[in-house]
Design a protein around this ligand. Structure first.
Ligand SMILES: Cc1ncc(COP(=O)(O)O)c(C=O)c1O
Length: 380
């Protein structure tokens, strides 16, 4: 057996695809490796710099003092505390839905919701660039799966038309898209997708993993920015990116929440997230929606604008891919930046398509302009 694994890993090394975990210490937007070398971070999803925000650290400490470090049970047994309830009510309040469900991670939110609500007899139509957790959940739920080319509305409509004709009376169509695509940083044409899903009687799951905190007046994402929150059946997101902590959520109707709570295996058969995790998420959402959150977003917009101007590309979100093509070239460019004290890792197949290896550069409100200018001078 071990020779099989050795052969597989050797193949990965040969194709420049071998991966390993790295250990970092973070201070604001600076990363320190195990040898103490310092890098400016252009890799994380901490778009507003909240992962080390004193208000959120205080929220964690207060909740730990009140509830201890763990939830000591699963959500349906004894692991749900007032901190979890308050977090779900806060998500529902900002997302303008009847209710919400909190999960330990965004990945678990995808699995817990899609597998609870859809199965054999249903059809799920996904954008080609959907995140792995959405694809896996759709595959595993037993529904028929169709994929449309990235952001291609004509193909989406063609699929909706043909699949709705094939569907039995009890079957349900689900469209799955992301507000901001995690490796390309571009947005989905949400208004048009909402119009199509309504025309064909489909449900819509919108993953706002990279929209929360970044888009919208209150920072609730693309659906808020476009005034479309009430049109979306399942508003999904993670609390582990701009919100600074960890967790995943689905904001939806009470009916869908009841189904997820009764059928969502990644909610039922796992220890509830620690109450302090929920308390941090609640405080983070209030912060994101506050004046301070708005100011952080303004700074992020100005950093996005600066990066876009210097690299001559559009930057519609906090993610800006710098596509270089071959795996080896991406690794070499990333290494060159590291030598100069900037961390922007290479993203390779299978995370992105073959031949589209890139640096996934992320912008944050806590990056200094001069540092962005230095990075751009190395890139261009
Ligand atoms: C688009 C998208 N959806 C879902 C997730 C999963 O979120 P989490 O990291 O909280 O599991 C991620 C991030 O990893 C993501 O980029």
């Amino acid at each position: 057996m071990s020779t099989r694994y050795q052969a597989e890993l050797a193949q990965l090394r040969e194709n420049e695809l071998f991966r390993h975990t790295k250990t970092w210490r973070r201070e604001g937007n600076l990363l320190y490796d195990v040898k103490g070398k310092r890098y400016h971070d252009f890799s994380s999803n901490d778009y507003l710099g909240l992962s080390q925000h004193p208000t959120l650290i205080a929220a964690a400490q207060e909740a730990m003092a009140q509830y201890g470090v763990g939830s000591a049970g699963s959500r349906l047994i004894s692991g749900t505390t007032p901190a979890h309830e308050e977090c779900e009510a806060t998500i529902a309040q900002y997302k303008e839905t009847e209710s919400a469900v909190l999960f330990a991670t965004g990945m678990m939110a995808a699995h817990g919701s899609i597998k609870a609500l859809f199965g054999k007899g249903d059809t799920i139509i996904l954008d080609k660039l959907s995140h792995a957790c959405l694809i896996d959940a759709a595959r595993e739920c037993g529904a028929r799966i169709r994929v449309f080319p990235h952001n291609d509305l004509n193909k989406l409509e063609a699929l909706l038309r043909s699949e709705s004709e094939k569907l039995s009376k009890a079957g349900q169509l689900l469209v799955v898209v992301e507000s901001v695509y995690s490796m390309d940083g571009d947005l989905c044409p949400l208004a048009e997708i909402v119009a199509l899903k309504e025309q064909y009687g489909a449900m819509l799951l919108l993953d706002e993993a990279h929209g929360l905190g970044v888009l919208g007046l209150k920072g609730m994402g693309l659906a808020e920015e476009l005034g479309l929150q009430s049109e979306i059946d399942l508003q999904m997101g993670t609390l582990g990116k701009a919100a600074g902590g960890a967790g995943g959520y689905i904001a939806c109707s009470s009916l869908l929440r009841d189904m997820i709570v009764n059928r969502g295996r990644s909610l039922i058969f796992t220890t509830a997230p620690p109450p302090c995790q929920a308390a941090v998420a609640t405080r983070a959402l209030h912060l994101i929606a506050s004046q301070e959150g708005r100011e952080l977003r303004d700074k992020l917009v100005s950093n996005r604008y600066l990066f876009g101007k210097l690299t001559k590309q559009e930057v519609p979100s906090a993610i800006s891919p710098f596509i270089v093509g071959e795996n080896a070239r991406a690794l070499e460019t990333s290494f060159r930046l590291q030598e100069a004290g900037f961390y922007a890792p290479a993203v390779r197949y299978p995370t992105v398509a073959k031949g589209a290896a890139r640096l996934r550069i992320t912008l944050s409100a806590i990056q200094e302009e001069v540092v962005i200018q230095e990075l751009c001078a190395l890139l261009t």
